[in-house]
Design a protein around this ligand. Structure first.
Ligand code: CU
Length: 276
């Protein structure tokens, strides 16, 4: 019986072609896994006190932040996403890294579209089983929506996204950008926040090369934590703010801040915040 086998071959080829045609990816191809993210970097974006869109079913704003740290092996980025006071009546929420920062007036619409260096665009929705085909910034598309009917008041997720970059200058770098929290149903922008550098991993001074006699790198002046922002003490900032007088509880021999404790601080912060 030759004809059935020929038919099956033709059908298989047709199905294969159809499957290829259905695979949506970026105009520039699939997102590439990011390697070489500098160790010890920690960025955080904390939601403001007031929502951008009023009239939703929560008192005040959703509270919380996205914490992002370079993975120990440099491949991708560790994210810790924690939101509380979620609106309960508007269905699931989504969140994305967006291309532009939030301006000083807090206008979330000015953050533009998703971080999308491979020009994939948001529609149709991304397939989380093939994250390389998703927009880099579509974190909830790749790692799951927030469904208050399931999680209640508080959502928390910890994951590694292999396509996000903490290397300045790369298209997938988001340290100078923002995230936006949306209603998933119509993409209403609930709130948004900018990422800020919390711990500089001092890429010029990897831990294995630290002797204590090394001078702080030129970037060390930017390591100072913003005033009023709790230090990376391992306590979740949104729940238990620390007094600002104890921002950096790292003992240093001569009171001098060197590259060594700062690098260790980064490692400690990453371990403390992500080793849950
Ligand atoms: Cu978005």
């Amino acid at each position: 019986m030759r004809s059935p086998s020929i038919l099956s071959v033709v059908m298989a080829a047709a199905i294969g072609t159809a499957a290829q045609e259905e695979r949506i990816t970026g105009e520039l191809g699939d997102a590439q896994i990011v390697t070489g993210n500098p160790p010890g970097l920690v960025y955080e974006a904390v939601l403001p006190d007031d929502p951008w869109t009023s009239g939703l079913s929560m008192q005040g704003n959703v509270q919380g932040s996205i914490l992002a740290a370079s993975a120990p092996d440099g491949i991708g980025v560790h994210f810790r996403v924690r939101f509380a006071n979620l609106p309960q009546d508007e269905g699931p929420l989504s969140y994305h890294l967006h291309a532009a920062p939030v301006p000083a007036d807090g206008n979330c619409s000015q953050t533009l579209a998703h971080l999308d260096p491979y020009i994939r665009r948001g529609s149709p929705p991304c397939d989380p089983s093939a994250p390389e085909t998703c927009e880099v910034g579509d974190l909830s598309g790749k790692h799951g929506l927030i469904d208050p009917s399931e999680v209640g008041d508080v959502f928390e997720a910890v994951y590694v996204d292999e396509y996000a970059s903490l290397i300045e200058g790369e298209g997938a770098f988001f340290g100078n950008r923002s995230f936006v929290l949306h209603l998933a149903s119509d993409l209403t922008r609930v709130s948004c926040a900018n990422f800020v550098l919390r711990v500089d991993g001092s890429p010029d001074s990897p831990p294995s090369n630290c002797t204590g006699s090394m001078l702080p790198p030129p970037s060390s002046s930017s390591i100072a934590l913003p005033s009023g922002v709790p230090g990376p003490t391992g306590v979740m900032p949104s729940s238990s703010p620390e007094p600002t007088g104890s921002l950096v509880p790292v003992p240093t021999a001569a009171g001098a801040v060197s590259a060594v404790p700062l690098t260790l601080l980064g490692v400690v912060a990453v371990v403390a915040l992500f080793g849950m």
